[in-house]
Design a protein around this ligand. Structure first.
Ligand SMILES: [Cu+2]
Length: 345
């Protein structure tokens, strides 16, 4: 890092996402404020040391009994400055951690010591990530082993990747090129080798790349798994099976046998596959076998993609959005789109 810094005189990484500019402005504002206050305090301290130095032996200084105006000034101004920093930082944080519902969704799995990515129409890659320029991309991430963190400096994006949990992040790349991916959470011996590249392409190039070696989509793979794991023998579409009907269920609220409710989102589906006894749906017996150790994270994501595809038409919205169901806005037709490919499989 330091060598890089010395030889290229690159103070900050290239700005290649919509977040980059504001994150940098914020960072520069913090630098400037730090410089202004550090220099100001050091200079004032120097002046005062000189001005109020002891001039003769036995000198007795004037006694000062307090200065209300001064006290209020140096309390209120720093308070406003720090609240301003907080508000600005919180705004950026909120934007970064609230993925838009119409984003291109890519699944990322971290594993000692590689990054796997799975695109909506089936393309998979390891230690690379191909994305189109000018399009919002949402990453849904999990880890197969230990804590990792997905860090793309040029996008100013960094998010923890946690075993047993889905984390999300999103960004919109602003210029084609290749950029670094780092793991930013120490995860073992080869942590420093857990690196890769993001390739930002023009939409046409991205489409060409996608169709290069087309593979099965997550929805199609999930549908096959649903049959091969015999999920379909209990979760009947008619709703008369030993397990609840999964059609039209994604992102809906389900009642549990302990009287509480749960939103059927990615996290709940994952938990119910791995540990079905944790939250059993009302009126059903806890008879589902445990799939912990039977399915990989990638397969769970495929099953979720399938369940999402048979869900309500507007289930394209992410669970984080908690959109009111009845909002006949222009955004709705677009939101329903990601579900459509299921029909063609
Ligand atoms: Cu790692």
């Amino acid at each position: 890092m330091s060598l890089f810094f010395l030889f290229q005189f690159e103070l900050i990484p290239e700005q290649a996402s919509k977040f980059a500019m504001e994150v940098d402005l914020f960072y520069i504002a913090l630098w400037l404020m730090t410089i202004v206050f550090s220099v100001g305090i050091a200079v004032a301290a120097g002046i005062f040391m000189f001005k109020y130095r002891r001039k003769s032996a036995g000198e007795i200084p004037d006694q000062i009994e307090g200065a209300m105006t001064l006290e209020l000034t140096w309390t209120i101004i720093p308070l406003l400055i720090s609240l301003g920093i907080f508000a600005w930082g919180a705004k950026i944080y909120y934007q970064m951690y609230t993925p838009p519902s119409e984003a291109l969704e890519i699944f990322v799995t971290g594993k000692q010591w590689m990054w796997r990515a799975q695109h909506p129409d089936g393309q998979r890659e390891i230690n690379t990530l191909h994305i189109p320029v000018g399009r919002r991309v949402k990453l849904t991430m999990t880890s197969e082993d230990v804590l990792h963190a997905y860090f793309i400096p040029a996008f100013r994006t960094k998010a923890d990747v946690v075993p047993g949990r889905y984390t999300t992040t999103w960004f919109e790349a602003t210029k084609p090129g290749t950029y670094h991916i780092f793991c930013a959470e120490y995860c073992g011996t080869q942590h420093s080798g857990m690196i890769g590249t993001v390739t930002v392409q023009d939409p046409a190039d991205y489409q060409a790349w996608l169709s290069g070696t087309s593979k099965e989509s997550p929805v199609a793979a999930g549908q096959k798994l649903f049959a091969s794991l015999a999920c379909n023998t209990c979760h009947l579409e008619s709703g008369t099976g030993r397990g609840p009907k999964l059609h039209e269920l994604y992102n809906q609220t389900a009642k549990l046998n302990n009287g509480t409710t749960v939103t059927v989102d990615d996290a709940y589906i994952r938990e119910s596959i791995l540990n079905p006894m944790a939250k059993v749906v009302e009126k059903y017996d806890p008879v589902m076998p445990v799939f912990q150790g039977q399915v990989s994270e990638e397969q769970i994501q495929q099953l979720i993609a399938y369940i999402k595809s048979i869900g309500p038409k507007d289930a394209g919205a992410t669970q984080a959005q908690a959109k009111p169901a009845a909002s006949p806005t222009a955004a709705n037709p677009a939101a329903a789109k990601p579900v459509a490919p299921a029909k063609t499989q």
